[in-house]
Design a protein around this ligand. Structure first.
Ligand SMILES: Cc1cc2nc3c(=O)[nH]c(=O)nc-3n(C[C@H](O)[C@H](O)[C@H](O)COP(=O)(O)O)c2cc1C
Length: 375
């Protein structure tokens, strides 16, 4: 008899067997030579734990808050598009799975379901991921997100230029379903879009997204703003100065641009640059509960997962997403116990051996000594 999946890697292997080939590759692939995608894992693996014993860890606090929203443990769902690739209920099922685990889902601008449909299905908090495609469209999306009860706007900054993945091009991958947020009858701003109502992400020209647009967005909404994809101290410091509330350190799962550092390697630099003034989250390569512990020990408030949610969806819809999250919860709980930790609020880098060749900026004084910021 076949065993139920007991790790995220089991889910990955089963999803690969059951999904149509092109859908599987779309979910799994990274940009170009996929070195950053691979590095997202090897960097987590190169961080080792320093377990502490002879402590009473019978009570462990795993709950936390992200921008004021309570979550049952520090793992969230990253924004990813086209969940129809994995399940007919698409993002509605993902939202239900996240809610069953008491955590938060970020919804992609390019979801198959509209944000209103996802909000109706959700039982947990939702944040809206914004891909800026011009002022009119952005304003329309942000106002709808406010009306639908989304709690924050997550502006993706690390996709300034179209970047189709080579494996998708070879497969002639075609996206399933529609862009739920861009149905012409529901969205008066779609006049500027392609004839089929899709936002034409892969057109050669994306409208510019600069600090100027960020200031405009900041004045457009009172919702908290998260910048997703910030990777270096200079941009992190500017983000704080421009009034953002949190930074999601991310490589987009290595899907857009190759040959950068992994996300987890950049966390010490971003945490040092922001000095506790904003919350820092990290995604890209989180697959084990010990990865959650490592990220929090480096100063992140929470982590987030992308590809694994599709694996859960593919196997068992909302229940599969829920189970993927519960596996991570159990592994994280175990890692806390083995490291002698009672609370997510007390984790620090004394729990880790950090490889010596990780980036040069680990502390605020490293940054002050090497980087110049305008006064
Ligand atoms: C299939 C897929 C679609 C994605 N779509 C989006 C998107 O629409 N917007 C966005 O900001 N990030 C998108 N991402 C990136 C994720 O938000 C996240 O950064 C990444 O998946 C995390 O890495 P992981 O897959 O290794 O967990 C997508 C990722 C995947 C795998």
């Amino acid at each position: 008899m076949r065993m139920d999946p007991i790790s995220l890697y089991d889910y990955e292997a089963r999803a690969r067997q059951i999904l149509p080939h092109n859908n599987w590759v779309f979910i799994e692939a990274g940009a170009m030579d996929e070195r950053t995608t691979a590095r997202n894992r090897t960097a987590f693996e190169s961080l080792t734990l320093r377990p502490r014993f002879l402590r009473d860890t019978t009570e462990r606090k795993m709950t936390t808050t992200v921008l004021g929203d309570g979550i049952s443990f520090p793992v969230m769902i990253s924004p990813t598009d086209s969940h129809l690739n994995a399940h007919p209920e698409a993002e509605r099922a993902t939202a239900r799975g996240a809610g069953m685990s008491g955590t938060l889902m970020m919804c992609s601008t390019s979801s198959n379901c509209s944000m209103e449909e996802i909000a109706e299905a959700a039982t947990g908090p939702l944040w809206f991921q914004l891909s800026h495609r011009g002022y009119d469209l952005t304003e329309n999306l942000v106002k709808r997100a406010e009306a639908a009860g989304f709690k924050a706007i997550v502006l993706t900054v690390d996709a300034p230029f179209p970047s189709p993945k080579e494996r998708d091009l070879r497969n002639r991958y075609e996206r399933p379903g529609e862009y739920g947020n861009f149905r012409p009858h529901e969205n008066p701003a779609v006049a500027a879009l392609a004839a089929d109502g899709s936002p034409d992400w892969e057109m050669p020209q994306c409208p510019p997204l600069t600090w100027r647009e960020l200031d405009w967005l900041r004045s457009l909404t009172d919702l908290p703003l998260v910048l997703k994809g910030i990777r270096v101290a200079e941009d992190a410091r500017m983000a704080v100065d421009h009034g953002v509330n949190a930074i999601m350190v991310s490589t987009h799962g290595g899907r857009r641009f190759d040959d950068t550092m992994s996300s987890i390697e950049m966390v010490p630099e971003i945490v040092a640059a922001t000095g506790g003034r904003v919350e820092v989250y990290v995604d890209s390569g989180v697959r084990r509960g010990s990865d959650v512990l490592k990220a929090l020990a480096l100063g992140a408030t929470a982590v987030s997962i992308g590809r694994p949610l599709y694996w859960g969806l593919a196997l068992n819809g909302a229940d599969g997403v829920h189970h993927v999250l519960e596996i991570l919860r159990e592994e994280f709980n175990r890692a806390m116990a083995y490291c002698g930790q009672n609370s997510v609020d007390d984790l620090d880098d004394g729990l880790l051996n950090i490889p010596r060749d990780w980036g040069p900026f680990r502390t605020e004084s490293d940054i002050a000594a090497h980087l110049q910021f305008p006064a």
